[in-house]
Design a protein around this ligand. Structure first.
Ligand code: FES
Ligand code: FE
Length: 441
């Protein structure tokens, strides 16, 4: 049920239609914190896109589960006793109590803490006289077991990444990811990967879209916001974010591929054979000169190979995944996973953990810089909203930039030479606007 009447919704849609013009690089600031816009996003963006929930290594055994969020709804991501990964709304069919109140665990059955309705690991209400306490007495005429099956989302995996959607039909995960798969492979498909510990979580007073679009499209801020890297001598110059490629992968997915010119790979030699087996020639070639990679899968799933830095005299980076989980229009819960190659040498694993805590994590220096910017932008948006002015932001960088020819870079999508462009952000907002407005039909 909307908190806004039909008239209120129509007004918000009309304002978006008039003022969100990514084709000209124009995005109005009110969209960041307007509660009516947020309500439409929950319904039309989070209610139908494929959303990233976790990695298969987090639920290794039959019965393992983690609890995650899709939009505003708690879900259980569980491995059934048949080893299949499924995603259920975390709500009992009796009165809607959460079945799993823990972050993770292992179960044979789901027993509701309220009245004791019990479900199997495949989401099925258990057999006659096993599903409900005192069932013979309380329900002498029996219960419709099929109707009591847990609400299940469509779930698919790609290279161990678990996604789910509430859309009953529509593109498969493979179609949805499209060109971005080629780049995701560099982060999580290059070798057998495993999660290091449990994902970290922390709250940031920002609208969720600001970090998402930053990772999709904003290499430009690194020279100013993260100039500490150069001042501390961790990189040679503040232009470390420029060299490489800006990629509009389509579907609202965007990324930047940073390259170096040192003529040898920064990744551990010990893993070269495994990379060669898992990646094609173009991907291997790109990995061998990679110094950073950042991207975002629409709407709020970020992947990252942070800029290589020196730790204990060795160059090191890692693999990270992020979800920018909205908690209202101006608050966001950050979920952060750190990954490492399972067969990596010990020094890469150990220094990789150091690199993670120093760079992108709740204690990370990059996160301190970025968070402050997103928080202040969100406050500015609130102020603009309060004044009811059309404060239009400039997303015009690279508007007339030509794309590279297919023989100039091996990866798919619209690829631009140099990472300073906002093309991917413009596509992100085209997809965002179209989904919000199409939902009206
Ligand atoms: Fe679950 Fe009643 S709410 S058994
Ligand atoms: Fe940043």
């Amino acid at each position: 049920m909307s908190r806004y009447d039909t008239q209120g919704r129509a007004e918000i849609e009309s304002r978006i239609r008039k003022t969100v013009v990514p084709e000209r690089g124009q995005i109005p600031m009110f969209t960041y914190t307007d509660p009516g816009v947020y309500e439409l996003e929950v319904e039309r963006i989070f209610g139908r896109n494929w959303l990233f929930l976790g990695h298969v290594s987090e639920i290794p055994r039959p019965g393992s589960f983690v609890t995650r969020t899709m939009g505003e709804e708690s879900v259980i991501v569980g491995r059934g006793d048949d080893s299949i990964v499924r995603v259920f709304l975390n709500a009992c069919r009796h009165r809607g109590m959460r079945l799993a109140c823990e972050d993770f665990g292992e179960v044979n059955n789901w027993r509701c803490p309220y009245h004791g309705f019990t479900y199997g690991s495949k989401g099925n209400f258990l057999g006659t006289f096993m599903g409900a306490p005192f069932e013979r007495v309380a329900y002498p005429e029996g219960l419709d077991r099929d109707a009591l099956h847990l609400v299940e989302a469509r779930c698919e995996t790609y290279k161990g990444l678990i996604f789910a959607t509430w859309a009953k039909s529509g593109p498969s995960l493979d179609e949805f990811l499209g060109n971005s798969k080629w780049y995701l492979d560099l982060v999580v498909g290059r070798a057998e990967m495993e999660v290091v510990g449990h994902p970290e979580r922390w709250m940031v007073p920002t609208n969720w879209r600001l970090p998402a679009e930053n990772f999709a499209s904003d290499a430009y801020h690194t020279a100013t916001a993260h100039s500490f890297l150069q001042r501390l001598g961790m990189v040679k110059g503040v232009d470390f974010g420029r060299d490489g490629y800006h990629v509009d992968a389509g579907g609202g997915h965007g990324l930047g591929v940073g390259v170096h010119f040192d003529g040898h790979s920064y990744f551990p030699e010990e893993l070269a054979d495994e990379y060669a087996v898992n990646l094609d020639d173009g991907q291997n070639q790109t990995l061998s000169r990679l110094k950073n990679l950042h991207g975002n899968i629409f709407p709020n799933f970020t992947f990252l190979i942070p800029n290589f830095i020196e730790v204990e005299g060795r160059r090191v980076s890692g693999a990270m995944l992020r979800v920018w989980q909205p908690v209202g229009a101006n608050k966001c819960q950050v979920w952060s996973w750190h990954f490492v190659e399972k067969n990596a040498p010990e020094w890469w694993k150990k220094l990789g953990r150091r690199m993670y805590t120093q760079t992108f994590s709740s204690s990370g220096m990059f996160d301190q810089d970025d968070t402050e910017n997103w928080e202040m932008q969100t406050r500015s948006s609130d102020a603009a909203l309060y004044r009811n002015e059309e404060f239009v932001l400039n997303y015009g960088m690279g508007l007339n930039m030509p794309t590279l020819e297919k023989d100039e870079f091996p990866g798919p999508g619209d690829v631009y030479d140099g990472k300073f462009s906002e093309s991917a952000a413009r596509t992100y907002y085209k997809v965002w606007r179209d989904q919000i407005l199409e939902g009206h039909k």
